[in-house]
Write a protein that binds this ligand. Sequence first.
Ligand code: GLU
Length: 479
Amino acid sequence: MSDKTIRVRFAPSPTGYLHLGGLRTALFNYLYARSQGGKIILRVEDTDQSRYIEGALENLLEVFRWLDIEFDEGPDIGGEYGPYIQSKRLDIYRTHLKRLISEGHAYRCFCPPERLQSVREEQQRAGKTPMYDRLCRSLDPQESLKRPLNEPFVVRLKIPLQGRIDFSDGIRGDLSFDVSEIDDQVLLKSDSYPTYHLANVIDDHLMGITDVIRGEEWLTSTPKHVHLYRCFGWEAPKFYHLPLLLNPDRTKLSKRQGDAAVKDYRAKGYLPEALINYTALLGWHPSDDREVFTKIELEKEFSIGRVSKAGAVFDVDKLNWINRQHLNKLSDEQFLEKAAEHLPSEIDFTSEKGMKLLQAVRERINNFKDIAVELKPFTGDRKLPDSGEAWEILQEQNVKELLHYLIEDIDESPEWNADIFKELVKKAGKKAGVKGKSLWIPVRIALTGDMHGPELGLIAEILGKEKLLILVQETLEIL
Ligand code: GLU
């Protein structure tokens, strides 16, 4: 192992909100840096001005603050290699590109888009992979130098005409690409901004990046990058391409099925540490069967050698399970603090009643957003069924009688709590000749509109006698 300090980077393009795939890349870089005593930098790759989205960087920084993922150098922190925003580094790329051109590794291409389009169509008709036909590669360099004054142009990389480009991937092993499959990549666009490929390679070198950890979708770009490093005479970093994230049906993870923006998981009320824990398991697994980790534990446990190349399936049930494990670790005070923005303000959760409610709800939720759903039965704000199984249960013989007796008995009872309620239900059941499910389910439907839910005694206690009488009366009216 080399004694070089590990330096990794997360290099997002500010083209939208950070999604789960981006978070996974950031997290694996972060965990790798922390587990190796290295440094992680954040670099904004915004050279594709047409895809720039206002506010994307702010969203990114906000998400990382929420997750408590700290970068060692970056656009908001600075550091000795800054600025870490590529659009502020254009001169650096231009200087390096000039060198590539003068040393014969890159050339100006004047082909208009219409020509490129017809070349592409012809190749497609012939069943070939569309690639630039390299017409301008043989232009006289003198002529090429004169033309740019009045003609739009791009600069392309000269990929060798024969041979292979090899490199070793830390996850996939030795890889080899035939140059015939590699296009003469555009390095400078006609708007005179560098492409991702040029700026990314130059910055990785200048910023001393030792290890590039990124998604599998960049794998086919890597031979071009390896060649660029050679042209510049620089040592390439080590590459790791993370496995794809997949839907349960093994198609590429879609937004609909889970690749939501991280801010949406936050809005749903997942704990940041649970999202980190779950995301860490998307392609990485520890040396044993353990699945629940804090961020600090992951910083110690993570090893890049245990990242697999097989696609990682997103499983919302597992995310929910992991979130529940982290929720379970919270004291009531911590729970209330973290759930604060999801709690209804009209309930005092520090009161005796409120505490009972909290217990009932805590064990039933996957995330904080579920709190409102779970609290619903306790509010009396319910919709009675007008069809389906619950409706049919209400139509059963004896239900009307049962509810009548219940009203009578409750009305007469001077005291009120969960146990008294349960006794009164049993008493009414006896009079109406029903017990077990035939007794409890209609009562539950009358109070909550639902066949399932939290403990009924507690619901009745919290609703209070008066409200409960109204609910049962209303149910009788529709029968
Ligand atoms: N800017 C690229 C992105 O948006 C970075 C890819 C890389 O890590 O090289 O993902």
